[in-house]
Design a protein around this ligand. Structure first.
Ligand code: 6GU
Length: 259
């Protein structure tokens, strides 16, 4: 998978050298390039923002540096055979247009389902806005070459897209085959089945007068699986009742309904 991030603060993305995502890059599973938007400014002062038409507080990112930077990202991708060229002959059904992800509190909410979907794409480009956002005409222009996805992490406001991109790249990258050593760890985690994860314990069995749940010492796999499922349902109902509303009833068994 090819990943491009365009930002005026490329140093923010240095954390993507670390841990699992860093290793996946060194292993060649993820090819990640960070591009400094200021390199595409057209004036001596390397200006990337200006005042908003119609008035109001804050600044808006100018269209021209964005168009030049995104075109360069597209051209580099095409030159490396990722995007923009002929359709992949072996998988004609796969949409190989690059995806332009625009982090914004005004975007659709980024969920595990979105992460799964994006982890199957060949080329993801993240456009980090700052200030009050990017001139809307850039988004319209980009639809000619990209599938554009404005994405929000949730209902709160960050100062720019960089921190959101760190979160999205980690959530997507870990789903790319080979990035996580043991793919079974992806099966039993929060949100993989629409529920929150069950609580976990390790040694010692007794710690500061607190015992682990007895069932976990029983060696009875069926009872342990049932206990964990009950804990998932109870925890989800308590912390995230909205997720219970969204559950597919077909995925619930008779014992689930009793919890
Ligand atoms: Cl993706 N970007 C910004 N700037 N703020 C956010 C966000 C994204 N998600 C939540 N708040």
């Amino acid at each position: 998978m090819r990943l491009d991030v365009v930002s005026i603060f490329p140093e923010y993305l240095a954390a993507l050298d670390l841990s699992l995502i860093g290793k996946a890059r060194r292993d060649g599973l993820l090819e990640l390039t960070v591009t400094d938007l200021r390199n595409y400014a057209t004036d001596r002062h390397r200006t990337v923002d200006d005042t908003p038409y119609g008035g109001g507080a804050g600044m808006v990112m100018k269209p021209e540096p964005w168009a030049l930077a995104l075109q360069d990202v597209l051209d580099r991708g095409a030159a490396d055979g990722h995007t923009g060229g002929a359709e992949e002959p072996t998988s004609p059904a796969v949409n190989q247009r690059p995806v332009l992800i625009v982090p914004s509190p005004a975007g659709q909410v980024f969920t595990q389902e979105v992460a799964r979907e994006l982890s199957e794409r060949e080329h993801l480009v993240f456009a980090c806005g700052r200030y009050e956002g990017i001139d809307e005409r850039v988004i319209e222009w980009a639809r000619e070459s990209f599938e554009v996805r404005p994405m929000s992490l949730g209902d709160y406001v960050l100062n720019g897209g960089e921190v959101a991109v760190l979160a999205m790249v980690e959530a997507i990258g870990r789903l790319v085959p080979g990035v996580i050593g043991n793919p079974e760890s992806l099966v039993e985690e929060s949100h993989s089945d629409g529920l929150l994860e069950y609580p976990v314990y390790t040694k010692p069995a007794s710690w500061r007068d607190r015992e682990i749940p007895e069932v976990l010492l029983s060696g009875h796999h069926g009872r342990i699986a049932r206990w964990r499922r009950d804990e998932q349902l109870r925890r989800t109902a308590r912390r995230r009742p909205d997720l219970i509303e969204d559950l597919d009833p077909a995925l619930l068994d008779k014992q689930d309904r009793d919890v």
